[in-house]
Design a binder for this molecule. Sequence first.
Ligand code: NAD
Length: 276
Amino acid sequence: LNNQYVAAANGVKIPQLGFGVYKITKQEEFERAIGEAIRLGYRHFDTAKIYGNEEALGREIQKSGVPREQFFITSKVWNTDHGYKAARKAFEKTIKKLNVDYLDMYLIHFASPHYVETWKAMEELYLEGKIKVIGVANFETQHLEHLMKHAKIPPMINQIETHPEFPQNELHEYLNKHGILHQAWAPLGQGNKALFENPELQRIARNHNKTVAQVILRWHLERGIIIIPKSSNPKRIKENSEIFDFALTGDDMETINRLNSGKRYAINPTGYIINP
Ligand code: NAD
């Protein structure tokens, strides 16, 4: 895997292709998928307290024999851990489960009440060197504005649902303007059939001798977006990593941009997005 890197505002380099571990819960499936991903050269892994697999991820990292510093590990503060003290406690539990002494990235999972106090804990942990990159997920412009008004250190990244049918054009531009990185969750629209059977995407894939999944992931890369596709199928895990050896044309990009339908495949599972 010949990854590319994107630098956060503080210069920390983030592998542009990562691996999301949401919903890989069975131990055997987890070991096979994450073991294979590490063998293929994936180093960036995205988990969260709520996914319930921080311990399992920690074990696979340990088992791999690859030095800890070569990994880029993300976890997230869950909605019930907001506030200064609770967030610090949640962080300690998370690194214990992952069996590491620092996190590469820590995100506020949703803009639930008291996220400003939570952010204070994250800023401190960052200044103590325990987190290399601090950021948020599922934040809309209003939440970002509110947070930045109260923050000493602005968020460095926002992880949001993004795929060709829901490209987040406006938020993408806002993030660019403020030097905040854009990370896509559900980069493949959660594998939705309508997307994978789209004739335009299939035509572009044929032209490049690639698959629809590879074309979609490449479209993200070319927008400068950091992606964390999920799969527990070793063949697909490999397929999703083979996206650094071709480029989409301007016409391809425009065609894919026209697939914007405002359709979200992945509805926020908690309904926790609220006004600041
Ligand atoms: P995704 O877009 O990565 O889709 C995953 C699904 O796509 C797989 O289950 C499979 O069905 C299909 N797929 C994968 N590779 C394929 C291929 N090569 N060909 C055909 N189908 C393929 O969706 P996701 O898992 O929801 O998102 C990725 C990651 O983002 C998660 O694992 C998680 O780490 C993160 N995430 C974060 C949030 C958040 O609130 N911050 C929410 C959801 C997910």
